[in-house]
Design a protein around this ligand. Structure first.
Ligand code: ZN
Ligand code: ZN
Ligand code: ZN
Length: 405
């Protein structure tokens, strides 16, 4: 816009307008400067006809006047435009001022909000600390209450499976059961039963609610509790007496029980069914064929219990006693125990002259050799014809190389 204004101003000065206008036009084309120029034009124009040339050149003068009129129109138009622009600038300036003020107000508000938020977050932190403190003290109080309840329940026992009827005389029912459970306490229990009641809500389906019984002394309660373990009367009547645990302990035990059960089962499984996919047994006395599979080992050593055998378990040699042997099951080999019979020289046949007899493990004997101790059994011969039983005589043992003590 500056360039456009400058060009038109130059045109005006060419046609010989007042010098003062030219000077004004050189000034910076700011909004105020333009306004001043406008005023100046309005005042200086009426004077110009006085400076007009002499009447001799009337024709030329008329032309000049026409041109001047055009220029005047142009200037007026320009002035109007400038005026409008100026008005716009003023309004923009005003609105900018208003906006600045609004922004200032807003920033004040934001500052206030920020400080409020900081204050609130501090408060929240304090509340959170308070809540944590309250929670921990609440936990403390709860655990104290639990301890007290647990302690008071040491005077109590819980009875399960006792048939329930409406308007029952609970005292006499409980007394009757407990006198059967602990007959030694007959006569002492009646006064020792302090309070008792059914636990929970009345069961519409006819289920028998448990009974909680409080004894006047702990010693009597303990006697009943001991008597209730594996009690025949309770088993027959399908009843059960348990400790009156507090709910927290019941929940803890319920949670723990599967773990204990699993551990026990695992232990049992390991003990009974240690299973190997392959078993290799080495006998240091069966050289040169020292290696046996489970079956060959049994065949070979059935009558050689004094051989020194080793078994490879998890890549290590482990000495195994003569009583251990491997038996192949569906899922692999298991180590089993057997009774070993001390090897003995051939004994005389049965008095019935039958030669058909079996050898069974008889009296257990301990054999001490240079290799150590062997837990064996004396042979027991049973005649299959007359069922006569006999054992080796002293001379048979001596002939076998034993020295009985
Ligand atoms: Zn051997
Ligand atoms: Zn084999
Ligand atoms: Zn016989």
């Amino acid at each position: 816009m500056d360039v456009e204004v400058g060009a038109e101003v130059e045109l005006v000065s060419d046609v010989g307008l007042s010098n003062s206008f030219g000077v004004l036009a050189d000034q910076p084309a700011s909004a105020h400067a333009l306004h001043d120029m406008d005023l100046c034009l309005a005042t200086s124009f009426p004077a110009s006809p006085a400076k007009s040339p002499p009447s001799k050149k009337t024709k030329k003068k008329t032309e000049t006047t026409g041109e001047l009129t055009d220029v005047l129109h142009a200037i007026q138009e320009l002035s109007t435009k400038q005026d409008a622009t100026f008005q716009k600038l003023i309004s923009i300036e005003n609105s900018t001022d208003a906006t600045t003020k609004a922004v200032e107000n807003l920033s004040l508000v934001v500052q206030k909000l920020v400080s409020d938020v900081n204050e609130h977050s501090e408060k929240m932190c304090r509340f959170a600390r308070d809540i944590t403190e309250l929670q921990s003290s609440d936990k403390d109080v709860r655990s104290r209450i639990e301890q007290l309840e647990r302690y008071s329940r040491r005077w109590c026992l819980k009875m399960h499976g006792v048939p329930e009827t409406k308007n029952e005389n609970l005292h006499s029912i409980v007394l009757n059961i407990l006198e059967n459970v602990a007959p030694d306490l007959r006569g002492k229990l009646s006064d020792a039963l302090d309070v008792m009641h059914r636990v929970g809500r009345w069961n519409q389906d006819g289920g028998h609610r448990s009974i909680i019984v409080r004894f006047s002394t702990r010693s009597l309660r303990d006697v009943v509790w001991r008597a209730a373990k594996d009690n025949a009367y309770l088993k027959e009547s399908h009843q059960r007496i348990s400790e009156a645990l507090i709910p927290a302990d019941v929940a803890a035990r319920a949670k723990l029980w599967p773990i204990v059960k699993k551990a026990r089962e695992e232990e049992l499984r390991k003990k009974l069914y240690f299973i190997y996919s392959i078993i290799a047994i080495r006998c240091t006395e069966c050289l040169p064929e020292e290696w046996f599979c489970g079956e060959c080992d049994v065949l070979r050593h059935k009558k050689q219990p004094l051989h020194n055998r080793e078994c490879v378990i998890h890549g290590f040699f482990k000495a195994i006693p003569p009583t251990s042997y491997a038996n192949k099951g569906e899922d692999g080999y298991r180590i089993h125990e057997q009774a070993c019979i001390s090897p003995t020289v051939k004994v005389p046949d049965c008095s019935c002259e039958s030669t058909n007899f079996t050898v069974l493990p008889g009296k257990p004997v301990i054999l001490i050799t240079i290799n150590g101790r062997f837990d064996l059994h004396q042979p027991l011969y049973v005649c299959q014809t007359c069922q006569h039983q006999w054992i080796p005589e002293l001379k048979d043992l001596l002939r076998s190389g034993y020295w009985p003590l």
